[in-house]
Structure formats: structure tokens, C-alpha cells
Design a protein around this ligand. Structure first.
Ligand code: B12
Length: 321
């Protein structure tokens, strides 16, 4: 199967032909073009729109996303983000075939193939698998059902001595790179709720909060990702000037988690204190830590964390002005 950019961009199909090939009504098609700037079909001499095979593949990809419950604006942003980082999705041959034909692999399959490719330091296959997974599944599925299980498996293999540290470092560096490009490819909406996200002091595990950053930015939030090992006082000082709506920190070890004990109190001294939320493996392993760290515990999965952050920021009475 080919990726969308490999298909011809020669203009040849009328809007009627495109509607019958994609199942998208002409009126919807024109609205998508106008509002989301995904396609600019050529015009024939008599000013009719003419679409290429590539245009049809883009529309099928977008329709697949919309049929899976994603808004067209998010699907369009996701598509632009992938293209900006040269991650063109695969062309979907036809929507019914994809849904019923049993050709597509499951997220489980992608997780295990990705783990194998990463363990073999096979960057090209890893990138291809990720690109296919992005074309087939929404971001949450790619993160929760492919990347997280793959990282857990790699962590276990490292812990039990089946792979060397170098291999684990290769895998996390590769995924970190892909996640950062994805984050940077989404548009930054300056007037959306503003969230600072990163790791507690001494904490190096940044992939969890980075995935949350991508999920929130893809949902239209203004997110700044600050990376590992953030000193609390410096962060509070920065927040005093930047005035985010929320700060979210992550901790894997109990010692890092406990470094966040003073965060809420320090933030409260600000005139318009941001919400403070946290989570990460430390709290999953020892829930009693949530009683020692003042602030809002955001849950033990990426999905719960993202949902909770959205809920909190959508309640104006809880949100600092
Ligand atoms: C990649 C990795 C590293 C990389 C990190 C690179 C990077 N740039 O992020 C490096 C090499 C730096 C590293 C270092 C270490 N690591 Co390490 N690492 C991992 C590995 C393989 C993956 C971690 C990961 O990103 N997971 C993906 C995230 C998304 O999954 P998760 O952490 O399970 O998160 C779940 C929830 O907690 C939640 N979530 C995640 N983040 C957040 C954030 C918020 C705000 C919320 C609300 C929720 C949330 O979502 C997930 C489920 O949906 C794990 C293996 C594993 N089982 O996870 C070991 C692992 C976490 N590391 C471990 C260890 C021991 C270490 C070191 C101490 C090793 C050493 N001796 O140096 C150091 C510590 C460094 C430090 N000071 O932080 C242990 C931790 C043991 C423990 N305490 O539980 C693990 C579990 C490996 C193992 N099997 O023993 N590591």
C-alpha cells in the first residue's frame, strides 16, 4: 500500500465523482475546503473543481477520522501536523473495505512490531509502523495501546537484562523525537487555555507528560512542554509572569513526587493562582502519595488525565481568570 503523497496529484475528477468515491456530499466537501484549508482543487477552464487521486485519498483519510468520532477541525489539524513532519499517512483503499475486510492490524500487533523494531534499532521500520498506526487509529489509541505497552515491554526487557541500556535509550530517544515533532507541528492557539506541563524535580521520565501535551495541543489547548527535572521555585517564578491556567507535573519515583509537596502552597501566593495537577507512575504504585502532595491528582492513565484537565479548564468558576 502506498502513502498519500505517493499518489498522483494530476487533476482529473469532478466533485460528483469525488462524492461518489468518498461518500462525502459535495456541500460538505466545499465546506471542508473553505474552513480547513486541506485541499485546493484545480479549476478546469470552465471553472469546475478538479480533484486528483491524492485529493481523494486525503478526503478518505479525513472521513475515516470523522467516522471514528473526531471533529473535522481536529482531523484536519492532525493531518497537517503529520504532513508537516513528513509523516504522510497511508492511503485508505476504500472505507468499507478497511472497516470490514480484516486487513488492518490491531493496536496490539503494532505495539509488538514496534517493540521488536525498536529493540533491533531499526529506525526505518519503527517510523513506518508509527506512520501506519497514525493513519489507522486516533492519537489516544496510538499512545495508550501502542506506545505505552511498547515502552513497558522495553522497560521489562531492560530490567531483566534481555536488552542493553543502549537499546532502551535508543527506543526512548526515537519516541521522544517523534512526539516532539508531533507536538511542534500542531498550531499554537494563543487565546486558548494555557497549560504548562513537565516533570517534577529530579524526574527524567518525560514521555508520559509529553504524550499528554500532544493530546491537549491536538484538542486545541495552548500547551507549553517544559521537559524533565523542573525546579519548583523557578517554575513558580515563571508562572507568576506567564500566568498559565494550569500547571501539570509528573513523577515516576516517590522522591520526585514528594518534591512537589510545596508547589500548591507556593502557587497560592500568586494573585491569580493557576490550577495545579499531577500524576505519573509514582502515584499509581503508591496512591497514599496523593494525600501528601496538595493539588489535583489527575488519574492513572493518559486518558483520565486528559479528560480531567479538560473538565477542570471548562469550569470557569474553578479556572483562574
Ligand atoms: C524510557 C524510560 C527511561 C528513560 C526516560 C527517557 C525520557 N526522555 O523520558 C531514562 C533512560 C531517562 C530512564 C531513567 C531511569 N529509569 Co526508567 N524507564 C523508562 C521506561 C522504559 C518507559 C517509561 C515511559 O515513558 N513510559 C510511558 C508512560 C506514558 O507510561 P507510564 O509511566 O506507565 O505512565 C502511566 C501512568 O502513570 C500515566 N501517566 C504517565 N505520565 C503521566 C503524567 C501525568 C501528569 C498523569 C496525570 C498521568 C501520567 O499514564 C500511563 C498509563 O496510561 C520505563 C518502563 C515502564 N514500565 O514504564 C522505565 C522505568 C520507569 N524506569 C525505571 C528506573 C528504575 C529508572 C532509573 C532509576 C534507572 C537508573 N538506574 O538510572 C532512571 C531514573 C531517572 C530519573 N531520575 O528519573 C523503573 C522505575 C521503577 C519504579 N520506581 O517504578 C522502570 C519502571 C523500569 C523497570 N521496569 O524497572 N528511564
Amino acid at each position: 500500500m502506498s502513502t498519500i503523497d505517493e499518489l498522483s496529484d494530476l487533476p482529473k475528477y469532478t466533485i460528483k465523482a469525488v462524492a461518489s468515491q468518498t461518500g462525502i456530499r459535495p456541500v460538505t466537501l466545499r465546506a471542508w475546503e473553505r474552513r480547513h484549508e486541506i485541499l485546493t482543487p484545480h479549476r478546469s477552464e470552465n471553472q469546475y473543481r478538479l480533484y486528483s487521486d491524492r485529493d481523494i485519498a486525503i478526503l478518505r483519510w479525513l472521513k475515516n477520522r470523522v467516522d471514528n468520532g473526531i471533529s473535522i477541525s481536529n482531523a484536519a489539524a492532525e493531518f497537517r501536523a503529520m504532513v508537516n513532519q513528513q509523516l504522510w499517512p497511508e492511503a485508505i483503499p476504500s472505507l468499507p473495505e478497511r472497516r470490514t475486510g480484516g486487513q488492518a492490524h490491531s493496536p496490539n500487533w503494532y505495539a509488538s512490531q514496534l517493540t521488536t523494531a525498536l529493540m533491533q534499532h531499526d529506525e526505518q521500520t519503527s517510523a513506518t509502523l508509527l506512520r501506519e498506526a497514525h493513519a489507522l487509529f486516533d492519537l489516544m489509541t496510538v499512545f495508550m495501546d501502542i506506545l505505552v505497552p511498547s515502552l513497558v515491554e522495553i522497560g521489562e526487557a531492560w530490567y531483566t537484562g534481555r536488552i542493553r541500556v543502549t537499546t532502551e535509550h535508543f527506543a526512548s530517544a526515537f519516541l521522544r523525537g517523534k512526539l516532539l515533532s508531533l507536538l511542534q507541528a500542531y498550531p499554537i492557539r494563543r487565546n486558548a487555555p494555557y497549560i504548562l506541563l513537565g516533570c517534577a524535580p529530579m524526574e527524567q521520565h518525560e514521555l508520559g507528560p509529553l504524550m499528554i501535551a500532544v493530546l491537549l495541543r491536538s484538542a486545541g489547548y495552548r500547551v507549553e512542554f517544559l521537559g524533565p527535572d523542573l525546579p519548583i521555585d523557578d517554575l513558580v517564578d515563571y508562572a507568576t509572569y506567564e500566568r498559565p491556567s494550569m500547571i501539570v507535573l509528573s513523577a515516576t519515583s516517590a522522591s520526585s513526587a514528594l518534591e512537589m509537596k510545596t508547589m500548591q502552597q507556593k502557587l497560592r501566593k500568586m494573585r491569580q493562582a493557576p490550577l495545579f495537577g499531577y500524576g505519573g507512575r509514582a502515584f499509581d504504585l503508591d496512591p497514599s502519595l496523593t494525600r501528601q502532595v496538595p493539588g489535583i491528582y489527575l488519574g492513572n492513565t493518559l486518558e483520565k488525565a486528559t479528560r480531567k484537565i479538560k473538565e477542570l479548564l471548562n469550569q470557569p468558576e474553578k479556572r483562574p481568570a
